[in-house]
Design a protein around this ligand. Structure first.
Ligand SMILES: Nc1ncnc2c1ncn2[C@@H]1O[C@H](COP(=O)(O)OP(=O)(O)O)[C@@H](O)[C@H]1O
Ligand SMILES: [Mg+2]
Length: 375
C-alpha cells in the first residue's frame, strides 16, 4: 500500500447514477484504478488493493459483483457502498463475501466512510498476512501531567494509521483522560460503557466501542466523569488488550502520571514502552525513577525515549539528560505554538494541515521507528 491512499477498483450496478458514484469515491485518499461495467465483470487491474461495489439495496447485480470479485481477485477485500436501506441487504452482502458495507448518506460523510472502510479492510488483510503475529502494544509513560503523553500517544496512533497500520489508542488516564479532546472525537461510547455492558469483549463487540478518527486510527475513550473510573479494572484492561491486539497492528496506551494498577496491568501486556520526558529537573528525576521502577516490576520490553519541548532553554543541556538517564533520547519534539493550536483544534498535528512543521516531523519519525521494526 502506498502513502495514504488506497487503490480501489470500482464497479457500479446499472441503477446507480454517475453523480452518486463521484460522491462515494470523492475522498482524495481513494485512488480509483478503474470503474468497471458490471455486465463485463471486473476489469483486469492487478494494482488494485481493494474492490468497491457501488449499488442500490437489494441489488442482485451488486451481489453478483461481490461474488465474482472473489473469483477474479482472490485475496482482495471487497467493500460495498449501498444506496438505500442496507438493513436487509447487509446479511446477503456479507454472505456473498463483502468485508464491509457502507451506507450512502451525505456526500462528505459517505466519502470518508468509504475511504475508512477500504483502508481498514486492506489493513486487516495485511495484518492477516502476518500470520498469527499479534499487534504491538506500545504503552506511553511520562513522569508528570503536562509532559506530552497524550500528545505522543494520539499523534503516534494517527501517524501509524496514516501509513495503513491501524492503531487503536486506549485512554487509561481514567479520571482525566483527554484523548477524545486531542483527536476531536465525541465520547459517545467510553470504557465505562464497555465495562457496564458486562461479559467478556470479543473483537466484534469492541469495534462497537471504538470511536474512529479520519486518519484510520481508533480510540477507546476514558470515562467522561472521574467517578466512573473505578469501573475499569486491571483484569478488564488485560483482557481488552489481548482481544484488541489479535486484530489490530498497533495498540497505543495513553496513561496518567502514575503506576496505577491499570497501568501495571497494561505494562504486563506491552511489547514496547515509549517514555516521554522534558527538560526540567523534576521530570528528569522522575523519569529516572520510572525507568528503575520498570526494572523492579520485571518489565523487560524495549523502551523508546522521547524528549518533548527539547529546545527549551532552561539551563539543562542534552548532555545533562544523557548523564542523568544514562541514554540519549530517540526522538526530540520541539516546543511549538502549532502543538497548542492542534490540541485546541482537536486535530493531531501529524494529520493537521500544515503538517510539515518540526513537531509533526518528529512525531512521524517516532512512528517510523516502530514501522521499521516491523510488527
Ligand atoms: N512540544 C510542545 N510544544 C508546545 N506545547 C506543548 C508541547 N507538548 C505539550 N504541549 C502543551 O502541553 C499540554 C499538555 O500535553 P499533554 O500531551 O496533554 O500532556 P500529558 O498527557 O503528559 O499530561 C498540551 O495540551 C499542549 O498545550
Ligand atoms: Mg494526558
Amino acid at each position: 500500500m502506498s502513502g495514504q491512499t488506497v487503490k480501489a477498483l470500482v464497479a457500479v450496478d446499472g441503477h446507480v447514477n454517475g453523480e452518486l458514484v463521484e460522491r462515494v469515491i470523492g475522498d482524495p485518499r481513494v485512488a480509483v484504478s478503474a470503474v468497471g461495467d458490471p455486465s463485463m465483470g471486473w476489469p483486469s487491474r492487478e494494482d488494485a488493493e481493494a474492490l468497491l461495489v457501488v449499488c442500490r439495496d437489494e441489488s442482485e447485480e451488486g451481489l453478483e459483483l461481490v461474488r465474482r470479485a472473489h473469483a477474479d481477485y482472490p485475496g482482495r477485500p471487497v467493500v460495498v457502498a449501498c444506496e438505500g436501506s442496507p438493513n436487509g441487504f447487509l446479511r446477503k452482502a456479507f454472505r456473498a463475501g463483502a468485508e464491509d458495507v457502507v451506507s450512502i448518506t451525505t456526500p462528505d460523510q459517505t466519502a470518508i466512510d468509504t475511504y475508512l472502510a477500504l483502508a481498514k479492510a486492506v489493513a486487516r488483510r495485511d495484518s492477516d498476512k502476518l500470520t498469527a503475529t499479534e499487534g504491538r502494544v506500545i504503552t506511553v509513560l511520562g513522569p508528570k501531567g503536562g509532559t506530552g503523553k497524550t500528545l505522543v500517544s494520539t499523534n503516534l496512533a494517527a501517524a501509524l494509521s496514516s501509513e495503513h497500520q491501524r492503531a487503536v489508542v486506549i485512554d487509561l488516564d481514567l479520571q482525566f483522560g483527554d484523548v477524545g479532546l486531542a483527536m476531536g472525537l465525541r465520547p459517545e461510547r467510553t470504557l465505562y460503557d464497555l465495562a457496564m455492558s458486562g461479559g467478556s469483549p470479543d473483537a466484534t463487540k469492541l469495534e462497537g466501542y471504538i470511536v474512529d478518527h479520519v486518519s484510520g486510527a481508533g480510540a477507546l475513550l476514558a470515562p467522561t466523569r472521574p467517578d466512573q473510573a473505578a469501573s475499569v479494572t486491571p483484569d478488564s484492561v488485560r483482557e481488552l488488550i489481548r482481544v484488541l491486539r489479535a486484530s489490530t497492528p498497533f495498540v497505543v496506551i495513553d496513561t496518567p502520571p502514575a503506576f496505577s494498577p491499570e497501568v501495571i496491568a497494561a505494562l504486563d501486556e506491552s511489547t514496547d514502552i515509549c517514555m516521554v520526558t522534558m527538560l526540567d529537573a523534576p521530570s528528569l528525576k522522575n523519569t529516572k525513577i520510572a525507568l528503575e521502577t520498570l526494572q523492579l516490576l520485571g518489565v523487560q520490553v524495549p523502551v523508546r525515549l522521547v524528549l518533548n519541548r527539547s529546545d527549551s532553554n532552561v539551563g539543562i543541556s542534552h548532555a545533562d539528560v544523557v548523564a542523568i538517564l544514562g541514554r540519549a533520547p530517540d526522538v526530540l519534539v520541539p516546543s511549538s505554538r502549532e502543538v497548542v493550536r492542534s490540541v485546541n483544534a482537536g486535530e493531531p498535528i501529524v494529520t493537521a494541515s500544515g503538517k510539515r512543521n518540526e513537531p509533526a516531523k518528529a512525531l512521524r519519525a517516532l512512528a517510523g521507528l516502530y514501522l521499521r521494526e516491523g510488527s
